[in-house]
Design a protein around this ligand. Structure first.
Ligand code: NDP
Length: 497
C-alpha cells in the first residue's frame, strides 16, 4: 500500500485520462461542429483535456433527448422506489470512484486534494443518498373540500430542467441541482463552468452505470455565452436553476422573459457578515471559524464570511487570535494532502482579486496580513490569506464580492450599529452571529436579512436545511425537501362526487 502523499497524487494525476466529450442521450459525443476548448490546471498550467465546446445545436440535441426520455416515462413516471434505488447506486458509485472525482476537481480548479476527497465527494454522495431516501417518503394532498367533491393536489415533475453552475465546488454544485431534479422525476441538462467541466461529465457516466435511463441526464460543457445562453433561451426547457454571479443571474431572468417564461431559480453572490459580540464566551472558536469562513476553498465560496464585524472592546484581542488561525491557510501544492489552501481558479481571477487588494490599500484600509501573489512551482495563481482592518462601509472591499481569500474587518459599538452594518449590502445569502446571550442571538438572527443565519458557528450547512438567499443573492432554495418545490409543479384534480 502506497502512502497517499504528494507523490502518490502526482502519479495518479499524471495517469488520469478524463472523459471530455458532451454526454447526450446516454453517450459521450463531440460537439456537433467539432469545436473544443482546453481545460487546464491552474497548478501545473498543463492542459488536462480538450473538451467539447457545446453550442446551440448540442443544446437542441440534448433537449430533444431529455424531452423524449421524459415523455417515455421510464424515469418521470416510474415507481418512486425505482428512482430511489438508482440514486442510491449512484451515491455508492461516487464513493467507489472518490479518488478520481476528487482529483478531477483538484486539478481543474486548484482546490486542495484533501478538501475534495474529504469534503466535496462525500458530501455529493450523501446528497444523492438523501434525495434517494426522499423519493418514496413524500405524500401528496387531499384538499378539505365539501362532501360533494374530492380534490387531489399532486406533485408532478416540471419536465426538462436545465442547470448552469459555477466552478468553485464543481461536483457539489452539480449534485445540488441534479439530485433533487432527478428525485422529482425530471430530465436534466447540466452545464458546468468552463473552468471545471470534467467531474460533471464523469458524474453523468456514473449515473448511466447506476441505471439512469438514456437522455435523463445530459452534460453540456462549453461557454456561458454559447451553451449557457442557448439553455436560457431554449423554448422547450421548462425550468432553469442557476448558481453563479448576480450579473449573470439577471441575464437568465431576461432570457426567460425573451423566450418561453421558463421558471428560473437563482443562487447568486454574497458578502456575508460575521458578527462577533464582546459577550461571546469562546473567542478562540470564533476566531478559528472566522478564518475558515473566509479562507476555506481559497475564499471562493458564495456564502464566505467576507465581512467580519467585531465589537470595538474586543477588536484587538480578537484580531490577534485571528492572525494565529490564518497561519493554517498558507497556500501550497493542492496535491499535497497537508495543504489547506490551493490555487485560485485561474490567472484571470487571481488578478481580479489582486485588484480588490489594491483598491483596499488605495481607499485607506490597513493591510494587516497577506496581500501578496505567490509563485509556487509552475503556478502564480496563489494568494496569501489577506486581512484588512480599519475597513469602512463605503470601501469596495466592504461592498463587493471578492471571491478570494480577503477578509475585511469593520468595528461596531452597539447591537443596533452591528445590525445596520450587516444589512448594508445588496446581498443577503448568509450571516453569522457570535454571542452567548440567548435573547441577543434570537433578536439579531431575526432581523438579519439572509437566507441562513448561523449562531456560534459560520456557514451552517446540511442536506436537510434549505440554502439560498434574499435581495440580490437570488431566490429559491437548494438542499432540503424545499429544493423539490423548484423542480415540481402542483396539479389540482377536482372530482365532483
Ligand atoms: P458566473 O456567473 O460567471 O458563471 C456561472 C455559470 O454561468 C457558468 O457556468 C458560466 O459559464 C455561465 N455563464 C456565464 N456567462 C453566461 C451567459 N452570458 N449566459 C449564460 N450563462 C453564462 O460565475 P462564476 O463561474 O464566476 O462563479 C462565481 C460566482 O458564483 C460568484 O459570484 C459566487 O457568489 C457565485 N456562487 C453562488 C453560489 C450560491 O449558492 N449562491 C455558490 C457558488 C458560487 P462559463 O463558465 O462558461 O462562463
Amino acid at each position: 500500500m502506497h502512502a497517499r502523499d504528494t507523490a502518490f497524487w502526482t502519479a495518479r494525476a499524471a495517469a488520469l485520462r478524463p472523459a471530455a466529450q458532451a454526454y447526450i442521450d446516454g453517450r459521450l459525443q463531440d460537439a456537433r461542429d467539432g469545436r473544443q476548448f482546453a481545460s487546464s490546471c491552474p497548478h501545473t498550467g498543463q492542459t488536462l483535456a480538450m473538451v467539447a465546446r457545446c453550442d446551440r445545436a448540442d443544446v437542441d440535441a440534448a433537449v430533444t433527448a431529455a424531452r423524449r426520455s421524459f415523455d417515455a416515462g421510464h424515469w418521470s413516471r416510474c415507481h418512486p422506489r425505482e428512482r430511489k434505488v438508482v440514486l442510491q447506486k449512484l451515491a455508492q458509485l461516487l464513493r467507489d470512484n472518490a479518488d478520481e472525482l476528487a482529483l478531477l476537481d483538484c486539478l481543474d480548479m486548484g482546490k486542495p486534494i484533501s478538501d475534495a476527497l474529504n469534503i466535496d465527494v462525500p458530501a455529493t454522495a450523501a446528497l444523492f443518498d438523501w434525495y434517494a431516501e426522499a423519493c418514496d417518503k413524500l405524500y401528496d394532498e387531499v384538499a378539505p373540500t365539501g362532501p360533494d367533491a374530492l380534490a387531489l393536489v399532486t406533485r408532478e415533475p416540471v419536465g426538462v430542467v436545465a442547470a448552469v453552475i459555477p466552478w468553485n465546488f464543481p461536483l457539489d454544485m452539480a449534485a445540488w441541482k441534479v439530485a433533487p431534479a432527478l428525485a422529482a422525476g425530471n430530465s436534466v441538462l447540466l452545464k458546468p463552468a468552463e473552468q471545471s467541466p470534467l467531474s460533471a461529465i464523469r458524474l453523468a457516466q456514473l449515473a448511466s452505470e447506476a441505471g439512469l435511463p438514456d437522455g435523463v441526464l445530459n452534460v453540456l460543457p462549453g461557454y456561458g455565452e454559447e451553451a449557457g445562453q442557448a439553455m436560457g433561451l431554449h423554448p422547450d426547457i421548462d425550468c432553469l436553476s442557476f448558481t453563479g454571479s448576480t450579473e449573470i443571474g439577471k441575464r437568465f431572468l431576461a432570457y426567460s422573459a425573451a423566450s418561453n417564461m421558463k421558471m428560473v431559480w437563482l443562487e447568486c453572490g454574497g458578502k456575508s457578515p460575521n458578527l462577533v459580540f464582546a459577550d461571546c464566551a469562546d473567542l478562540d472558536a470564533a476566531a478559528r471559524k472566522a478564518a475558515f469562513g473566509i479562507y476555506f476553498n481559497q475564499g471562493q465560496v458564495c456564502s464566505a464570511s467576507s465581512r467580519l464585524l467585531v465589537e470595538s472592546s474586543i477588536h484587538d484581542r480578537f484580531i490577534e487570535k485571528l492572525l494565529a488561525e490564518m497561519a493554517a491557510f498558507q497556500p501550497g501544492n493542492p496535491l499535497d494532502p497537508a495543504t489547506r489552501q490551493g490555487t485560485l481558479v485561474d490567472a484571470g481571477h487571481t488578478a481580479r482579486v489582486q485588484g480588490f487588494i489594491a483598491s483596499g490599500l488605495q481607499q485607506g484600509a490597513s493591510l494587516l496580513a497577506g496581500g501578496e501573489r505567490l509563485r509556487i512551482g509552475h503556478s502564480d495563481c496563489y494568494l496569501q490569506p489577506t486581512l484588512f482592518t480599519g475597513v469602512t462601509p463605503d470601501m469596495r472591499i466592504a461592498r463587493e464580492e471578492i471571491f478570494g481569500p480577503v477578509l475585511s474587518v469593520l468595528r461596531f459599538d452597539s447591537e443596533a450599529e452591528a445590525i445596520a452594518l450587516a444589512n448594508d449590502s445588496i446581498y443577503g445569502l448568509a450571516a453569522a452571529v457570535w454571542t452567548d446571550q440567548l435573547r441577543r442571538a434570537h433578536r439579531v438572527a431575526r432581523v438579519l436579512r439572509a437566507g441562513t443565519v448561523s449562531v456560534n458557528t459560520v456557514d451552517a450547512l446540511d442536506p436537510g436545511v434549505p440554502f439560498g438567499g434574499c435581495k440580490q443573492s437570488g431566490f429559491g432554495r437548494d438542499l432540503s425537501l424545499h429544493a423539490l418545490d423548484k423542480f415540481s409543479q402542483l396539479k389540482t384534480t377536482w372530482i365532483s362526487l
